[in-house]
Ligand binder design. Structure first.
Ligand code: CA
Ligand code: CA
Length: 259
């Protein structure tokens, strides 16, 4: 470990003396001219800048360090850091080994504030999007479809995006039979579904199918577009439906066809 600390010291001095510190934008290279060998390389990104490489690692919950190959613009995302078992540093003049601790967190942009446990990607709108590649609770086959009941509360747009990333879409209940199946599994909590009247107030559509609602199961006096407006569809703990503010955070249900 002493050797590593010395390397950090040397590389800091190097950047200061040579006046390159602006160029690296406060990025701290942990070991310049060295690569870390590890079996825990998660991904290799090519033709990517150093800052972007670090950003990708910071956005991923599991990523602890990167090897950045300056000549090839290669970025290795690694789920380990130097000192953990199976790691060693090897001389490689084209390589920088960089740990994520002490890197400028603002590189993650809007993702900094999220509690995303997997990969957080800032959308072009500037909003963070937590990527969960697979159903965190496991797909359940109910009737003719697969459903994923995600019990972490997020806003409607983020829930919609999360389902798409799972190659699915937010729940659309199209019949009483489906309502009963879902109700039996979902009771006790409230969940986002894939309905909205954002396009045309009062006219709810299923956003994936782009169809109006054939079957509905509204709570009495709903949808009421309450308060300053409610444009997103939720299923309540007793199975009845309500329109709510899209910026509210609820659990959500994704569905897809059985392949
Ligand atoms: Ca509305
Ligand atoms: Ca309402």
């Amino acid at each position: 470990m002493f050797g590593l600390k010395l390397l950090i010291f040397i590389s800091t001095v190097h950047y200061t003396v040579s006046g390159e510190i602006q160029n690296v934008s406060n990025i701290k290279v942990t070991a310049s001219g060295k690569c870390m060998t590890s079996s825990k390389v998660m991904n290799v990104l090519t033709l990517i800048g150093q800052k972007q490489c670090i950003r990708k690692c910071l956005q991923n919950h599991q990523c602890k360090s990167v090897n950045y190959r300056k000549k090839q613009l290669h970025c290795e995302l690694i789920a380990a850091k130097y000192g953990e078992s199976g790691t060693s540093l090897v001389l490689d003049s084209e390589c920088d080994y960089i740990e994520m601790e002490d890197q400028p967190q603002e590189l993650t942009g809007s993702c900094k504030a999220t509690s995303c446990k997997e990969e957080c990607v800032p959308l072009s709108s500037g909003k963070p999007f937590c990527v969960n590649g697979k159903c965190p609770t496991g797909w359940q086959i109910i009737g003719e479809k697969k459903y994923c009941f995600v019990n972490s509360p997020i806003k409607w747009q983020a829930a919609k995006a999360s389902c798409i990333w799972m190659e699915a879409h937010l729940l659309e209940i199209e019949s009483e039979a489906e309502q009963i199946l879902i109700q039996n599994k979902a009771s006790g909590d409230r969940w986002w579904m894939g309905g909205t009247d954002e396009e045309s107030e009062g006219t709810f559509i299923w956003v994936h199918s782009n169809t109006t609602l054939n079957y509905t199961n509204w709570l009495e006096d709903e949808p009421n577009n309450g308060g300053t407006g409610e444009n997103c569809l939720e299923i309540l703990s007793d199975g009845l439906w309500n329109d709510n503010k899209c910026d509210s955070s609820f659990y959500y249900i994704c569905e897809k066809m059985i392949k």
